[in-house]
Design a protein. Structure first.
Ligand code: COA
Length: 343
């Protein structure tokens, strides 16, 4: 799904007649506990050298005992709100992108609402695995453009440590926990968030799943014994599709708006694996200096990764007001998305 007709001249400032939607604040949160590759060497048959050369990951954060996805999401959201002196009550809609909800229901967004006092907000979760944040951003943007909401809080938050199999060295070394949040509002004077390229391919869903605990394989002793409540992944296959779809989506969105890599100040890809990111950069002809990477410190935080990286890039001055930022993600489903955001 994607909007087929681009604006006539998307790189020219908008007239003010048609409002654009912008990210007006961001925030992020990571748990304190650091799990290094050396720690993992004591848990499974692996080595720092293997993990770093295959994935670029050195360490990841792990949620505290009893800390749920909504706790991290609410902490990130509160930081975004505080950064612009906004109260939770001003939020009209909360969208939480996650594949590790606190519970199957109620939505994690409802728990965030409770924690930040967003009494007026409508709340729902968005399920698009690692691509979820850009899907949520596109949905939030449309709510504002149709006049259904003035202020939308979008969050990517994950407690991957709750769903990885800590006995499976092929997956447990790759993931981490964390959350990021962005506040969207209409702003007349900038390009803001341009309509995203979104795509999915359900034919390949079996390559990356969490099979147990849903309606297909409800929780049972058998499901637990078969370790079906953990991430199952065909790593090599996922790698190939991630590179292809992210590179294609990035190219597609640049072409749609008549831009090249030169028009983009910073590219923030889903932080799954440094080798995937390098392969995408090579395919789209982007120099590595343009790519933002923090996968070495956080691992793959799924739906949280791109907004955590955006918040960090903004706080450290890597992206500045007026910069055109290219975001590109990929995840289970398969799902993928690319967005252009004027910061
Ligand atoms: C998982 C991944 C890092 C594996 O790298 P790879 O180079 O493809 O490695 P392979 O899967 O070919 O495995 C090579 C060997 O390393 C072994 N291995 C797997 N994990 C290991 C680990 N943590 N430590 C040491 N050895 C490991 C495998 O068992 C295999 O051994 P074998 O050849 O004796 O069978 C890589 O495929 C990947 O990153 N895939 C994408 C994952 C991803 O990003 N998923 C989320 C997308 S949103």
């Amino acid at each position: 799904m994607s909007e087929s007709k681009p604006p006539v001249n998307p790189v020219a400032p908008s007239s003010g007649a048609a409002p654009t939607v912008s990210i007006v604040a961001t925030g992020s949160y990571v748990p304190e506990r650091v799990l290094t590759n050396a720690d993992l060497e004591k848990m499974v048959d692996t080595s720092d050298e293997w993990i770093f050369t295959r994935s670029g990951i050195r360490e990841r954060r792990i949620a505290a005992e009893g800390e749920a996805t909504s706790d991290m999401a609410a902490a990130a959201a509160q930081r975004a709100l505080d950064s612009i002196g906004m109260r939770g009550e001003e939020v009209d809609l909360i969208l939480v992108a996650t594949c590790t909800p606190d519970m199957i229901f109620p939505s994690t967004a409802c728990y965030v609402q409770q924690q930040i006092g967003a009494r007026r907000a409508a709340c729902l979760d968005v399920s698009a695995a690692c691509s979820g944040f850009l899907y949520a951003m596109d949905i939030g943007r449309q709510y504002i453009l149709t006049g259904s909401a003035k202020t939308v809080l979008i969050i990517g938050a994950e407690k991957m440590s709750a769903i990885v199999d800590w006995t499976d060295r092929g997956t447990c070394v790759l993931f981490g926990d964390g959350a990021g949040a962005a506040i969207l509002q209409a702003r007349g004077a900038t390009h803001g968030i341009l309509p995203s390229v979104l795509g999915s391919d359900g034919e390949l869903s079996e390559l990356l799943t969490l099979p147990g605990g849903g309606s297909r394989n409800p929780a049972s002793q058998e499901v637990l014994d078969g370790r079906l409540c953990y991430v199952k992944m065909a790593g090599r296959e996922v790698f190939k599709h991630a590179v292809t779809h992210m590179a294609n989506a990035a190219t597609q969105i640049l072409e749609r708006y008549g831009m090249t890599i030169d028009d983009v100040a910073c590219i923030i890809p889903h932080q799954a694996n440094a080798r995937i990111i390098q392969a995408i950069a090579q395919r789209i002809g982007a120099p590595m200096e343009k790519i933002y990477m923090n996968v070495d410190r956080y691992g793959n935080t799924s739906a949280a990764s791109v907004i955590m990286a955006m918040d960090e890039a903004s706080r450290t001055g890597r992206i500045r007001q007026g910069d055109m930022v290219l975001l590109v993600v990929f995840g289970s489903g398969f799902t993928w998305a690319a967005s252009l955001v004027e910061w």
